[in-house]
Ligand binder design. Structure first.
Ligand code: FAD
Length: 642
C-alpha cells in the first residue's frame, strides 16, 4: 500500500528522533491536566496518536489524492452564477477528509478538534502537497483560519481560559470555529488589492464605524485563496494617511472578521460580499483564487483599531511555515518523479541516473530537500512553542519565578522562529521552482509534454516565491533583522565573529570546523554590508572598528539612503543565511545522530563554494547600479567603503 509517510526516511527521522515531542505534547496538553477526561496521560500516549494520524494521512494522500492530481489540474474549479463550484472529484476528497475528522486536527478538543500540535498538522500538509499542492492550499484554509480565530480571541483578551487546565471555556468566535471544524465552511485571509500587494502601506480598503459603533468594510480585494469561503479575516484602513507614520502607513491598518454570506435553513444563500471573479492561473488549479468586492460589509474589529498589522503577522507567520511545508511536498514529488524516470530511461549504454550530471542533479535535489526540511521542522517547533507559551503566560496561574522563566523561554523561541521563518519561505519556494524545472529537464522531451508530471509541478511551483510575501520581501526582512541586530549590539557581533573564526581553526571535529568556516564567510558578508550601510551615516565611525561604535548608530535612519547597498544584496545575503542555518541545524543533528553526518557533508560540499561566490559578489559588485538608481545613495556607500 502506498504511503507518503512510510516511504519517506527523512520525514520519519524527524518524527522518530528529530522533533521534541515532549515539549510540544506537554504544552499542547497543558501538562496533561485533562488526563482523566479526553486528554492524553503522557507524551508516549500522545505521540502514538500522532503516529496513527500521520500514517493514516500518508496512505490517504498517496492513494486517494495522488492518483487524481492530473484530473484536479485539468478540471480546475468553476465559477457559476457568482459562486465557486468544485468538481466532484475534489469535493469528494474534501468530504473524505471531513469523514476522517482531519479538518480540525490542531483545534482544541473543547472546540470540537483533535488538539494535535501544529507540527503534526504541517507534516501532514507536506504529505498532501506531495499529492497535489492546490488541494493542500485549499485544505489549509480550514484549520488554519479556525486556529487564527482561536489565537486572535486569546490575544485580544476575549477568551475565557481555565488557568489550571488551559481549557477554553469560551472564545469569541466559537460558532465559526465549530462550523469550520465540522467542514461546513471555509475561511480565508484578505490582504492583497489591485494596487497593493507587497506594499501594505498602500492598502485602500477601509473600515468605518457608524454612530452606534458598528463596523463596516468597503473596498476590493484580489487573489484571495479560498475567497469563496464564508469567514474572511480582512485588513482594512481605519485611519487617514499619516506622512510621519514611522511604520510607513501600517499603523493605520486594522483587522476585521467579515462574514461573506449567510445560508438560510433551505440552503438559500444571501451574499454580503460579492465574488467578482475567479482567476485563470498557470497552475494551482484545484484552489480558487478570488476577486472580492466589499460594499459596506458588516465587520467585527479584531483587537484594537490600528493593530491590524500585528494580527496579520501572527497569521502570516503560520501561513509562511505552511508554504514552507507545501514547497517541500512539491519538491519531494518532483525529486521522486525524476529519480524514477532516470532509473528507467536508458541512454548511451546505461540508465540516465548513472550519467554523472544527472546523478549530481538528483543528489542535489535530495540534499536540498533534506536541508529545507531541517529548517521547516525547527522553525515550526519554535513558532508553536512561542505562541503556546505566550498564551500560557497570559492565562495560566503562575508563580513569579515560573512566569519569568517562561517569558525567557518564549523570547528565545520567538527569536529563533523569527530568524528561520523568512529563510524557510525564501529557500523552500525558490527551490521548489528549481526542483520542478530540474525534474522536467531530467525527463527530456517527455518532460515538456502533459503526459508527464513535471510540467504541472513547474506551473504549480511558480507561485510559491510570490504568495505569502515574495522572495524579495523575505530577503529584505532577513537583511533588516540581521543588520539591525548587529547595529544594535556591535560588540556582540564582534565577539561572535572572533569565536567563530577560532572554532573554524581549532575545533577538533572537522565537520564543526567546516560549519564554522561557512559561518565566517556569512559573518564577513554581514560585516561588509554593515560597514557600507552604517559607515557613511556617521562619518566619524568609518575608521573605527565595529565594536567601538556608539549608540549614535541606532538613531535617525533614512532607510532609502542608508540601506540601498544592503537592499541590493539582500537576496545574496538570505542565500548565505539559509545555507549557514541549514549547516548549523544538520551539525546539531549529526552530533546526536551520527547517521545524519552524511546529509551535512552533502550540504557543505554545495554550500561552501556557493558562499565564497556570494561573498565575492557582495564585496565586489553593486556600486555601478546604485549610481544609476540614485547618485546620492551611491555616493554615500562608496565613501563608506573607502
Ligand atoms: C495563486 C495566488 C494566491 C494568493 N493568495 C492570496 C491570499 O490568500 N490572500 C492575499 O491577501 N493575497 C494572496 N495572493 C496575493 C499575493 O500575496 C501577492 O501577489 C504578493 O504579495 C505580491 O504582491 P503583488 O502581486 O501586488 O506584487 P508586487 O508587490 O507589485 O510585486 C511585484 C514584484 O516586485 C517586487 N517588489 C515589490 N516591492 C519590492 C521591494 N521593496 N524591494 C524589492 N522588490 C520588491 C516583488 O517581490 C515582486 O517580484 C495570492 C496570489 C496568488 C498568485
Amino acid at each position: 500500500m502506498a504511503n507518503f509517510f512510510k516511504d519517506n526516511d527523512d520525514l520519519q527521522y524527524y518524527f522518530d528522533k528529530g522533533v521534541d515531542w515532549d515539549s510540544l505534547a506537554q504544552i499542547t496538553e497543558h501538562d496533561f491536566a485533562d488526563a482523566d477526561g479526553e486528554g492524553f496521560r503522557n507524551t508516549e500516549e500522545a505521540v502514538e496518536f500522532y503516529r496513527d494520524i500521520i500514517e493514516m494521512f500518508g496512505q490517504f494522500t498517496a492513494e486517494e489524492i495522488k492518483p487524481y492530481e492530473r484530473e484536479i489540474d485539468e478540471n480546475g474549479v468553476d465559477f457559476v452564477d457568482g459562486e465557486v463550484v468544485f468538481p466532484e472529484r475534489l469535493a469528494g476528497i474534501f468530504e473524505k477528509i471531513n469523514e476522517l475528522d482531519l479538518h480540525h486536527l490542531p483545534i482544541p478538543r473543547e472546540l470540537g478538534g483533535m488538539n494535535a500540535p501544529m507540527m503534526l498538522y504541517f507534516m501532514n500538509s507536506e504529505l498532501m502537497a506531495r499529492a497535489d499542492v492546490s488541494a493542500m492550499a485549499h485544505h489549509g484554509f480550514h484549520a488554519g483560519i479556525a486556529m487564527a480565530a482561536v489565537v486572535f480571541s486569546a490575544l485580544e483578551g476575549s477568551s475565557d481560559i481555565d488557568p489550571v487546565t488551559g481549557r477554553i471555556n469560551e472564545t469569541r468566535w466559537r460558532k465559526m470555529v465549530e462550523e469550520i471544524s465540522a467542514g461546513k465552511a471555509w475561511g480565508c485571509m484578505d490582504i492583497t488589492e489591485p494596487d497593493a500587494g507587497s506594499d501594505m502601506g498602500a492598502l485602500r480598503a477601509v473600515g468605518e464605524q457608524d454612530a452606534d459603533g458598528n463596523w463596516y468594510v468597503t473596498g476590493e480585494k484580489i487573489f484571495i485563496t479560498s475567497g469563496h469561503g464564508k469567514y474572511h479575516f480582512v485588513i482594512a484602513r481605519t485611519e487617514g494617511a499619516d506622512p510621519d507614520d514611522p511604520m510607513g502607513g501600517l499603523n493605520a491598518l486594522s483587522m476585521f472578521l467579515v462574514k461573506a454570506y449567510e445560508d438560510d435553513a433551505e440552503g438559500k444563500r444571501t451574499r454580503i460580499v460579492q465574488l467578482s471573479r475567479v482567476e485563470e492561473k498557470l497552475g494551482h488549479h484545484g484552489s480558487a483564487t478570488c476577486g472580492l468586492v466589499f460594499d459596506k460589509a458588516p465587520a467585527e474589529l479584531v483587537g484594537k483599531r490600528g493593530e491590524g498589522f500585528k494580527y496579520m503577522l501572527t497569521l502570516m507567520n503560520n501561513a509562511r511555515l505552511g508554504v514552507g511545508f507545501e514547497c517541500l511536498g512539491l519538491s519531494e514529488s518532483a525529486y521522486r518523479a525524476a529519480a524514477e524516470y532516470a532509473a528507467g530511461r536508458g541512454s548511451m549504454g546505461k540508465t540516465i541516473d548513472r550519467h554523472e550530471m544527472i546523478a549530481e542533479y538528483l543528489e542535489t535535489m535530495k540534499t536540498e530537500i533534506q536541508g529545507i526540511r531541517a529548517v521547516a521542522v525547527t522553525a515550526c517547533f519554535h513558532e508553536e512553542m512561542a505562541q503556546k507559551l505566550a498564551l500560557a503566560i497570559r492565562y495560566g496561574e503562575l508563580g513569579k519565578n515560573e512566569k519569568k522563566q517562561m517569558k525567557r523561554s518564549m523570547k528565545s523561541h520567538q527569536k529563533i522562529a523569527r530568524r528561520l521563518t523568512p529563510l524557510l519561505k525564501y529557500l523552500a519556494a525558490e527551490k521548489a521552482v528549481e526542483h520542478a524545472r530540474t525534474s522536467l529537464q531530467i525527463h527530456g522531451g517527455n518532460g515538456y509534454t502533459k503526459h508527464y508530471l513535471p510540467e504541472k509541478l513547474l506551473r504549480d511551483a511558480l507561485v510559491m516565491p510570490i504568495y505569502e510575501g515574495t522572495s524579495q520581501i523575505q530577503a529584505l526582512m532577513a537583511m533588516k533583522d540581521t543588520l539591525g541586530g548587529i547595529i544594535k549590539n556591535p560588540q556582540a557581533f564582534v565577539k561572535r565573529l572572533a569565536q567563530t573564526r577560532w572554532r573554524a581553526l581549532s575545533s577538533r571535529n572537522p565537520l564543526e570546523r567546516r560549519v564554522a568556516q561557512l559561518q565566517t564567510v556569512s559573518l564577513s558578508a554581514q560585516q561588509h554590508l554593515v560597514l557600507r550601510t552604517a559607515g557613511n551615516k556617521v562619518r566619524g565611525l568609518r575608521r573605527k572598528p565595529i565594536g567601538e561604535w556608539t549608540d549614535e548608530l541606532t538613531k535617525n535612519w533614512n532607510p532609502k539612503r542608508d540601506f540601498a547597498f544592503a537592499m541590493l544584496h539582500a537576496e545574496r545575503l538570505i542565500q548565505l543565511l539559509g545555507d549557514t542555518a541549514i549547516a548549523e541545524l544538520l551539525l546539531a543533528q549529526a552530533d546526536k545522530h551520527p547517521e545524519r553526518a552524511d546529509v551535512l557533508e552533502r550540504h557543505l560540499e554545495r554550500a561552501e563554494p556557493r558562499a565564497r561566490y556570494l561573498l565575492d559578489q557582495i564585496t565586489s559588485t553593486g556600486h555601478r547600479l546604485l549610481e544609476k538608481l540614485s547618485p546620492v545613495a551611491a555616493e554615500s556607500t562608496s565613501q563608506a567603503a573607502e
